[in-house]
Design a protein. Structure first.
Length: 287
């Protein structure tokens, strides 16, 4: 399974297995693929070719392989690329040989994972290309499909992006509602730093230069999220931070605006669209 993942990447096998189990159960339902059962003898073998029908960056091959093999453990899945590969239209990604029932029964699940995750990787790569030559990095958010976060964040890495926090438990991100309830920037930061361990990063969201000044004065943060600032304000904010904190820009970032945002000297640009709005990459199976 690991030989299908992007070079240098890791994704726990249990994540893939659990996601595929849920997807197959959803698609096969109570009686399985009744169309194939009604039309094709059970002993029939078949060969399928998985081909990309539009140029893009691939992610999800291990999910596809797991789907086919789950219905036919003896099935052969031969991949010709690895996740993270940028491919042209018409590229053959893999071949499958085995039970015709298994290939037909797993086809939709395999393609759903491949198309969805490759779409995320492809969109991420487009954002990364836009900021080439700057120090900025493209990051995802927690705006993911429930139950698929680890896979979607993996796809972002396949496209050349980086991951923001995975959940509410692996980093402190003090947002506007936290600040309002805590009584301000300074008390929120002081409580956070006094509570969490030394390995836990603390980031605070600010939407004005005044709030940024408060955060810098209070101390205790490792990073600052500059939310929905115009380019002029964003550039001034980066100058105020002067390298003391990691700076992150967020809010309404598009392919048209990301290059100008990166040019302000920002460290990280987080883009929710990578996971919540990436179009599916067209991939098909021909038997």
């Amino acid at each position: 399974m690991n030989d299908l993942l992007a070079p240098g990447a890791f994704l726990a096998p249990s994540i893939i297995e659990d996601a595929v189990t849920r997807a197959l159960a959803e698609d096969l339902g109570r009686a399985g693929d009744i169309t194939s059962a009604a039309t094709i003898p059970p002993e029939t073998k078949a060969t399928g070719t998985i081909e990309v029908r539009k140029a893009g960056v691939i992610a999800g091959l291990a999910c596809a392989a797991e789907a086919f093999r789950r219905l036919d453990p003896a099935l052969t899945f031969r991949a010709y690329v690895r996740d993270g590969a940028a491919v042209k239209e018409g590229t053959v990604l893999a071949d499958v040989d085995g039970s015709a029932h298994a290939i037909l029964g797993a086809e939709r699940v395999a393609l759903d994972f491949l198309g969805h995750l490759s779409g995320i990787a492809t969109l991420t790569a487009a954002y990364v290309a836009k900021i080439k030559g700057t120090k900025a990095k493209i990051a995802d958010t927690r705006k993911t499909t429930p139950g698929l976060r680890a896979l979607e964040k993996y796809a972002v890495r396949c496209g050349g992006g980086i991951n923001h926090r995975f959940g509410l438990d692996d980093a402190v991100l003090i947002k506007d509602n936290h600040i309002a309830i805590a009584g301000g920037v300074e008390p929120a930061l002081k409580r956070a730093r006094a509570t969490v361990g030394h390995l836990v990063k603390v980031e605070i969201e600010v939407d004005s230069l005044e709030q940024l000044a408060e955060a810098l004065k209070a101390g205790g943060a490792d990073a600052v999220l500059l939310d929905n600032m115009d380019l002029g304000t964003l550039k001034r904010a980066v100058e105020m931070v002067a390298g003391k904190l990691i700076t992150e820009a967020s809010g309404g970032v598009t392919l048209d605006s990301v290059a100008a945002i990166a040019a302000t000297g920002i460290d990280v640009i987080s883009v929710g669209a990578l996971t919540h709005s990436a179009p599916n990459l067209d991939i098909g199976v021909d038997l």
